[in-house]
Structure formats: structure tokens, C-alpha cells
Ligand binder design. Sequence first.
Ligand code: AMP
Length: 416
Amino acid sequence: MPERFKAPRGTFDVLPEQEPVRLRIHSASRRALEAAGYGRIETPVFEDTDLFARGVGESTDIVQKQMFTFTDQGGRSLTLRPEATASICRAYLEHGMQKRAQPVKLWTDGPFFRHERPQAGRYRQFTQIDAEAIGSDSPLVDAEMITLASDILTELGVPGVRLLLGSLGTPATRSAYLDELRDYLRSHEAELSEEVRDRIDANPLRAFDADHEGTRKVMADAPRLFDRLDPEDGAHFEQVREHLDRNGVAYELDPTLVRGLDYYTRTVFEFDCERLGAQSGIGGGGRYDGLIEQLGGQPTPGCGWALGVDRVALALDQQREEGERAEPARDGVFVVAGDDQRANALALVTELRRGGVPADLDLAGRGTKGQMKQADRVGAQFALILSDDGGATLRDMTSGEEREVDPSRVAEEIRS
Ligand code: AMP
């Protein structure tokens, strides 16, 4: 027997019964973003490898270890997108969007790809909803975006959400700070984990993320970027916080917040859901005022975030399992027909569907009893039983109440 195929490692199928919660996440996000003036954009799922190498940053885990990169028939190096921001900035430049009214507000959703070690909540293909506002450095933008993400999570009812907020300052402050941090790490080299030691030059901030006991001790007294912000960045951050306070968005200041992407400047934030265990990050983002320039454009500020749809769905599913499972509402008509009436059943179902009434019929040659069972199983609100003499009975599947109806007037009957 040939071996059966399985979905590739780190990927999964979304089955129909898992779809409603995901649809709810997409609909709530779309509604909130479009009401706030964000226009939907779609970009390809693969791009030139260099876009991510330059945009996301050569020293990041994403670029060093996690990209699905391949060579096409023309010898070009392409990569399945690991995130959305670089692609959207590429599109902003490619389509001359700097000539539109600024900021340009865009959102997208879809699959993203990172070659990570799979575990619950961490996949090699995952789904994000992503929002970007390009062309304004106003702290109002940061606050608007964080508020939108927070409101979406609140509307969805995601339990136990925490918002962590920090600021990374501008590249100059950051670079001076990074030198200071490198010196500090070097002066404690012996106490650090090998991984952190190896990356003192490439990415010293990562030391704040380490689980290694010795490293954690060293980092407790490490200098923090937070205390080194120059006055302009400090004031920008103050204003972001004031706007969030005014919007009633609660946050915790996290002076060591490090995101796995190189392009962030000034504001950074992360949404955590404590119920999810190890993979608790359900969304995050920040400001990237240098990215557009890095991709070859004029200096242009930007800010964005991504929500992890799969993790939000996990959190909502968990909550549902812990609480009462509500009976789904019954809906539509199931047409029950004997052999002589099967052709009429399809014609009737088609007419109902065209009239906007959800309708279904037996496609497996079941007897009348089996069809009634199927009507119940699919959650129909009514069964319409066609009799051989051309008449029909409409049965309310909840109350069991039955009445004779004219088959040609079923749609009106149901609507009434
Ligand atoms: P990032 O693009 O790394 O800032 O991630 C934003 C959000 O996407 C995270 O908070 C996660 O919810 C989600 N995410 C990132 N990587 C993965 C992954 N490998 N599997 C599932 N969700 C992910």
C-alpha cells in the first residue's frame, strides 16, 4: 500500500468546524480597520529574497534561519514571505504612494512562512492580519494603531490579554546604547550563555530574552535603552502613552521589549495572552521610521502591527471549551423527498438558494427516515417533506410543529 500523505511538518488544515472562529477574527478586524480608513492591499506570497534580507535585517533569526528560500527556473532567489511589513513598504514605493495623502493606511491578511521548530501555537505556515500606516511620525498614529489592535482583541473577547509597551529610540541613540550594552556584556562574558556570547556583536539586545540563568542575572543590572532615549524620542513616547491613557487602553511598560525584527525604531509593543503558555504572543508591532529609506525610498516614517490569527483562534477555542458550549442556531431548510420527488427536490432547493434561503437536500440516496436524521444533523431549522401527490409538509425542527404548505410558496412561508 502506498504511504498516505500528511500535511507538511508545521502546517495544518483548517476544517469546516474550525472556520467560524477564524471568520469572526477576520470580520472583526476588517470592520475595525476599514472603519478607521485602512484600505486592503494584497501582495504576493513570495518576493525577492533581498527584500527580506534588507528589510527584516541580516542578523535576525528570521533571515538567518527561518526563511523558505528557493531558486526559480530563471535562477532568481525568491522567499516565501515571513512577514508583511517589508512587502507592503515595497508596494508603497513601487506604486508611488508617497504622492498620495499621508499617511497611507493599509491592511492585509493571509499566510506567512517561517521555518521554525513547530509546537502548539508555532507553525511554519501561519496566518496574520497586518496593518501599516506609512508617512507620518505623529504619536497619534502609534496610539491609533495600538488602540485598534486592542479594540479588536476586546471585541473578540480574547481572555487574559496584556499589552506590553516600550520604546527603542532612534538609530543613533540605539547605536550608542548598543555599544554601551556590548561593553557591559563583554565585561561579564564568562557568566553568559554561549549563544548570547556568540551574538554580542550581531545582536546584543537578544541577551534580554535569554532563559539562561547566568545571563538573566547579568541582565538584571544591564543598562536599559529606556533610560538612554534622547529628549525627542522620550517626548514622542510620552505622547503615545498619553493618547493611550486617554483612550482607556491599559499597558505595561516593558523596558526590555525586544522584537525579533531589526527595523523597529521608537515605539514597540506586544500583545500577550497568558492562557496560551509558551507561545503567548498574539500580536505585536511598532514604528519603523528607517525602513522605507533602507529599501531605497526617501526617508519616510511608518508604523504597523500584525495579529496572529491562529493563536487568537486557539485562545478563543480554549475559552469556549472551558465555558458552556452554546447550541448553534438552527438555520435554513432541508428538503426531504422520496425517490419520485428527488428531481423536484433539487429544483426546489435551487429556487430557495437563489431566493437567499439556505437550503440543502439528500445526496446519498437515504430513505425518508435517514433524510429526517440528516436534516437534524446539518442543523436545519425546517424540514420540508415532499409527498408523492405533489403536496408538502413543513416541519419546525425545534418545536416539531408541522403544517401543510404549497411547495411553490415555501420561501415566503419561511420568511414569515
Ligand atoms: P511578528 O511578525 O513576529 O511580530 O509576529 C506577530 C504575531 O504573529 C505574533 O504575535 C504571533 O501571534 C504570530 N506569529 C508569528 N510567528 C508565528 C508562527 N511561527 N506561528 C504562529 N503564529 C506566529
